[in-house]
Design a protein around this ligand. Structure first.
Ligand code: SF4
Length: 327
């Protein structure tokens, strides 16, 4: 394992069976994550973007073993997580945590905010009972909530504050890694900015490594050190954020970036939006070769239809999976 990497993911694949008909027989399968390879470096925020259904949230859930991988490996601090027993995973919950997308449904409406935040401390036996209330107070202050509100219930808080409660709960056990799954997609713009600043705070002040999944490219650009782009279960490009947003190489990433609205009128004027033809194919019947070939403006012939492009390093830790890079 490379020094400096917290996670190394290799050939990670997740296949979901599809059931249909009167007897609910298996009628097919979907490769939600297909031979994915990437690293997460210690202390960074890695963003994962792509259209809905591309497999980005599934990748995060595989990392936390909320679902089991079909094949591949997830090396965390030198050990393959896929070999961990349930007991090992319980211990690991102190180190790897998750913030869910929907702060409205991820909190139990019958449990007070203070008890919600205390729950992982109790369940994972992290602190003695006498130390739990002070820790809850500290966590509420840390995420910008008034500790005097600890006895209130989730419905008494705004969406942004509910997401703060989710973050305080994830931070309670002092994790090394947090997976944020679309943490701001259900929030208004001002609450979004505050939550994203908390994500940065987690990296800068608490030295937590972060994977953040979002479909909003501007959100990912704002918080991430590096960004990986997914299309139909494959990672097609990975680079440092400024490189990916200014000089994307993969035709799909170029199309995504061309559609980002700019507040700078000069940039907006000079930018030509690339409109992709056709719909995103069904993952039930994904195209052969490069899965993007049915929509690619840069299509270069048979090789795209028959040969799956591998991620190749084109320098400066910029990786691209496209035959154009090696043609
Ligand atoms: Fe387009 Fe071919 Fe590159 Fe795929 S491999 S992105 S189809 S040029």
């Amino acid at each position: 394992m490379d020094e400096g990497n917290l996670f190394e993911v290799r050939n990670l694949t997740k296949i979901f069976p599809v059931f249909g008909g009167v007897f609910l027989k298996k009628v097919g399968e979907v490769k939600a994550v297909d031979n994915v390879e990437f690293d997460i470096r210690e202390g960074e925020i890695l963003g994962l973007v792509g259209e809905s259904g591309c497999g980005k949230s599934t990748v995060g859930r595989l990392l936390l073993r909320l679902i089991d991988a079909t094949s591949g490996s997830i090396t965390y601090q030198g050990k393959n997580l896929l070999d961990y027993s349930l007991g090992d995973m319980k211990d690991l919950r102190k180190e790897i945590q998750m913030v869910f997308q929907d702060p409205f449904s991820s909190l139990n409406p019958r449990i007070s905010v203070g008890s919600t935040i205390a729950d992982p401390l109790v369940a994972l036996k992290v602190l003695e009972r006498k130390d739990i209330a002070p820790r809850v107070k500290e966590l509420m202050e840390l995420v910008g909530l008034d500790p005097a509100l600890a006895k209130k219930y989730p419905h008494e808080f705004s969406g942004g504050d509910r997401q703060r409660i989710g973050i305080a709960t994830a931070l309670a056990v002092g994790p090394k890694f947090v997976f944020f799954d679309e943490p701001v997609s259900a929030l208004d713009v001002s609450a979004q900015a505050q939550i994203l600043n908390l994500v940065k705070f987690a990296r800068d002040d608490l030295h937590i490594t972060v994977l953040i999944v979002a479909h909003n490219l501007s959100v990912v650009e704002y918080v991430s050190d590096r960004v990986a782009v997914m299309y139909l279960g494959n990672i097609v490009e990975v680079a440092r954020t400024e490189i990916l947003y200014r000089s994307p190489e993969h035709p799909y990433t170029k199309a995504l970036m061309s559609a980002i609205p700019s507040v700078d009128p000069d940039v907006a004027r000079s930018r030509k939006e690339i409109i992709l033809q056709g719909e995103i194919p069904s993952p039930l019947n994904a195209p052969s070769g490069c899965k993007f070939h049915t929509r690619c403006p840069g299509f270069i012939g048979d090789i795209c239809v028959h040969e799956e492009p591998k991620l190749v390093d084109i320098g400066d830790s910029h990786q691209v999976a496209c035959h154009l890079m090696t043609a």
